[in-house]
Design a protein around this ligand. Structure first.
Ligand SMILES: [Zn+2]
Length: 392
């Protein structure tokens, strides 16, 4: 097989050196959202050397990159993010979070799993696979943003819009997020649930706590509305999606003292929903329900935010990813749509097939974030196998 021939030429030690050097370079740059800290300059230097054209652009302090190689009509992309969550509680880390440390076959550092490891693996995979890729029939894109962990307003959303404006939306996209459970390739994501946040402002009348007859307690009203929200029933999901649910995420009267009846109270909540719901239905159901309870309050307003539409992929990309995983690990993956939202949704909205495939995610966003060297090398082999499979 083609992929095996390439691995013979490169040699296992050389492959390990390549991926580790890329990861070291990325982890040493403390790119906490939305600061890219020079990660994309490093990535663009590597890709430029391989023959990619680079388009780097900033939107509201977010750094984005579209790197492209090939002239073909079939467009394949890799999507990733250079930003990481902060390494708060540095004193609790056993290593420097912004240096790469290897101990007994385990690599430590902020972002090694989420998801600088994925980017490093893809860079090394491209270095090995490019000579075998048919760049007359295919185009390959590397799409990188420095805002995935934050609001994600100016990252992949801007990148995909820019591609759409040039009629260059990818047909297939691999997202390098950490999707695996125990070992690389045991779980891939083929979709994600949707999410929407709501904030209800409940108004009453402020007053002295000793004279409740002269006041209208907004927090009492809010608790009744909150109870109604938590008792809503939701779907159980399907074979492809976990069920929907609503969680109260905040309940606040702002500053308080123990002799004032609050005149205002806000309730914050978030809904995670399967493909059995739509955002419009959820908004309508909650808004109309709350309005029916309006006799409870003098005034009530509801604001919606952080809308994340669900996505679900089907098609040949999943088959090809499964075959690559079998080639490298001799097992087939479990297909999942669980977990939080990801940038895959922005790309899927434009009609691309999207599969997320990365290292295990047990330590992401934690103190001492880590990944096994074997899992990182397996991901590099998987990506290389997949690149050759998809584009030759
Ligand atoms: Zn991530």
């Amino acid at each position: 097989m083609l992929a095996e021939n390439i691995s013979d030429k490169v040699g296992p030690n050389n492959q390990q050196t390549q991926v580790m050097e890329h990861l070291r370079q990325l982890v040493h740059r403390p790119s906490v959202t939305p600061n890219d800290a020079g990660c994309q300059s490093y990535i663009s230097r590597i890709l430029n050397r391989l023959g990619f054209e680079i388009d780097m652009f900033e939107v509201n302090d977010v750094t984005n990159m579209i790197a492209k190689i090939g002239e073909g009509d079939i467009r394949i992309a890799f999507s990733g993010h250079t930003d990481v969550v902060p390494a708060n509680n540095v004193q609790d880390w056993t290593v420097d979070p912004f240096a790469l440390t290897e101990k007994d076959g385990v690599i430590f550092g902020r972002g090694v799993a989420d998801m600088k490891g994925g980017i490093a693996a893809m860079l090394a995979a491209l270095e090995q696979a490019l000579p075998s890729m048919d760049l007359n029939s295919y185009c390959f894109y590397v799409l990188i943003t420095s805002d995935e962990e934050g609001e994600a307003e100016y990252g992949t959303k801007e990148i995909i819009q820019r591609l759409a404006d040039n009629n260059e939306v990818p047909h297939m996209c691999i997202v390098g997020e950490p999707t695996s459970a125990e070992t690389t390739g045991d779980v891939i994501k083929v979709g994600r649930r949707g999410a929407i946040s709501g904030e209800v402002l409940v108004k009453g009348k402020q007053g002295h706590v000793a004279y409740p007859k002269n006041a209208n307690n907004a927090s009492h009203k809010a608790m009744a509305l909150g109870k109604w929200l938590t008792e809503l029933s939701w779907d159980e999901g399907s074979t492809d999606f976990p069920g929907s649910h609503l969680q109260i995420t905040g309940l606040s009267t702002g500053e308080w003292t123990d002799n004032i009846i609050p005149g205002e109270c806000t309730i914050n909540f978030n809904v995670r929903y399967s493909n059995k719901q739509t955002e419009d239905d959820i908004k309508l159901r909650i808004s109309s329900g709350l309005l029916q309870l309006k006799q409870l309050t003098q005034d009530l307003t509801i604001r919606w935010s952080r809308s994340c539409l669900p996505y679900h992929t089907s098609g040949e990309l999943i088959d090809e990813v499964e075959k690559s995983i079998f080639d490298v690990t001799q097992r087939f993956p479990r297909l999942s749509t669980s977990g939080g939202t990801s940038d895959g949704r922005f790309i899927a909205q434009f009609g691309a097939q999207v599969v997320e495939l990365g290292v295990p995610n047990h330590s992401i966003h934690q103190v001492d974030e880590n990944v096994k060297l074997k899992d990182l090398l397996d991901l590099q082999h998987l990506y290389r196998n997949l690149l050759v499979r998809l584009a030759s």
